[in-house]
Structures are given as structure tokens and as C-alpha cells.
Design a protein. Structure first.
Length: 77
């Protein structure tokens, strides 16, 4: 598992982020304070405070992790 900080400060960013990560078969979690939500859930993302960077947990390793990190690179804060 890898954790990175991401910024999703606009509706367009949220939509493109979800579209980018739904292509993967493994889990992504967003952590904001004491809340943990499925990063593939647009409704869940909008329930978080998007004004500050959020932690993204990527539940993969090896080559799959590297591919996922490339996909989320535009959102890394």
C-alpha cells in the first residue's frame, strides 16, 4: 500500500480523478480526518472537505502500484 496527498479542488478534477482510477481492479481509499471513503465513489468524495489536500491510499504493489501512481500524478498535491 502507498499513501500520497492529492488535491481535488474542483468538480472537474473529481470527475476526471474517479474516471482515471475506476480503470483499476484494486482499492483506493481517501482519508480525511477520521473519515475513510472509497475513492471510486463520487458521492463519497463530495462528502469530504475538498478545500485541503486529502490522503489517498492505493492498495497495490509492484508494477500495478507504479501504473496507479502515474494515473494519479496530476492530482498529487
Amino acid at each position: 500500500m502507498q499513501t500520497v496527498k492529492i488535491s481535488l479542488n474542483s468538480i472537474e478534477k473529481v470527475k476526471s480523478f474517479v474516471n482515471d482510477i475506476t480503470k483499476f481492479d484494486f482499492d483506493f481509499d481517501l482519508v480525511s480526518g477520521r473519515y475513510v471513503i472509497d475513492a471510486k465513489s463520487i458521492m463519497g468524495i463530495f462528502s469530504l472537505d475538498l478545500a485541503t489536500p486529502i490522503e489517498l491510499n492505493i492498495h497495490a504493489n509492484g508494477e500495478a502500484l507504479e501504473t496507479a501512481l502515474k494515473a494519479v500524478a496530476p492530482y498529487i498535491a
